[in-house]
Design a binder for this molecule. Sequence first.
Ligand SMILES: Cc1cc2nc3c(=O)[nH]c(=O)nc-3n(C[C@H](O)[C@H](O)[C@H](O)COP(=O)(O)OP(=O)(O)OC[C@H]3O[C@@H](n4cnc5c(N)ncnc54)[C@H](O)[C@@H]3O)c2cc1C
Length: 433
Amino acid sequence: MSHTDFRVIINGGGPVGLLAAHLLTAAKIKYVILEKSSTVAAEGGACIFLQGSTLRVIEQLGFLEQLIALSTPMEFKEDRMIGGKTCRRTEVGSLWMNNHGYPCLYLPRKALVGFLRDSLQNHGETIRLNSNISDIKTGANGVRVFLNDGSVENGSIVLGCDGTYSHTLRTAQKLAQENGLQTQGLSTTRHIQTLYGYAPYPGRGEIGTLYEARSSPLGAQSCANAETVIFVLARRLPKARIERKHYTEEEKQEFVDAWRDKPIFADVTFGEIWKKSQWSILTDQETGFSDLWYHDRIVMAGDSVTSMESFAGMGFNIGAMHVVSLINGLEELIDREGSSPPTSSLTNVFETYRAQVEKPSRNAIDLTTKAVDGTTWPSWLSYMIDQYVFPLVGVRNIMHQVFSKDIIRYGQLVKFLPKEGTKTGAVAWHFDP
Ligand SMILES: Cc1cc2nc3c(=O)[nH]c(=O)nc-3n(C[C@H](O)[C@H](O)[C@H](O)COP(=O)(O)OP(=O)(O)OC[C@H]3O[C@@H](n4cnc5c(N)ncnc54)[C@H](O)[C@@H]3O)c2cc1C
């Protein structure tokens, strides 16, 4: 069935917005993506690890083989002290395969976003670049989105996928407050500053291994494919802060100097990598959970409602769960009620979506905080846990519990696409065991 009159205005062409576009295409629901930048696949970004919950969706969409060809499977995790001494090396490749039937893959953000864009039908027509919204008006039958260039997009709903500083969320908040609702939106806290970026593969260090360096207050993660090494270097802030900070070039240099002589990728020092660095940014990472996920005909997904630091590699994987759950609900609704459902029916869909993804989203935020603590040791307790409890319990056992059972198994199946051929492992999928 073609849901011809329903139209989704996706604000933000990041990975979550692009995945939403794929799902809407598969559901035969019309959409347009409004992206404020001049490209969706900008230079820069870190490495994105994709878990089985996301890969199953990609398999249902029919793109898994192409994505595998662009990616590297994570086989090992090697935890080191900041000076270089190895604390433990864990084989993790078979854990993901056994638990979920899929590997854990990683690839540069630019490659992921470029892939999601290029594999999207008619992306030249459905992605509007340089499109900044100035306002959103909602009515009983639809939405009007006003752009800074004076043009207007009409649709049935707005889906905000515009990241941590979401304009869509702020607009929904404003409308909610006008209707007497108290909301904070996404309140975020910053515990670490991070320099992330990439450089050419240095010729040493294993491809397929995630290297993690730990100390207090510095911690790092890095991994590589045959061309590129990608690094995330963190320094714990003396005190968590609420407000956003932009760093100067001098502050960046000072941060680089603190890391220069430290091995971060096997025995390769950051200084060696930094000399050839092709792109990098120093920024604080945020964590937070929005108290508002939708209002009227505006609904948000991905980093605009759940923001987490990068150390557990879950942000996009969680955003993927969001849009599958949401679009499953929309597809079912339109099938049942036709392509002009009332706002009350949409509200039910939005509420079900939030309820379905809340638990894994909160678990992922929680896990991320622990992962940051495990590498940048804010206290003696976190040092003891990292150095003595982890080896005792076993990294694989911990990953089995906190990644597989608490988060990945909540991955959503696309209900309107065939399930045949998708895989399952020892940890049953929660929504279709
Ligand atoms: C160092 C680092 C490493 C990470 N590693 C992983 C990982 O391994 N695995 C993982 O799952 N996640 C990882 N993440 C998190 C992941 O990158 C995010 O969760 C993901 O990018 C969120 O996608 P999004 O589409 O919601 O938002 P974003 O990626 O922020 O994209 C938002 C898009 O909206 C556009 N936009 C913003 N404002 C507007 C506006 N007003 N109008 C129109 N467009 C707008 C932006 O230009 C952008 O294109 C990592 C993050 C970092 C920083």
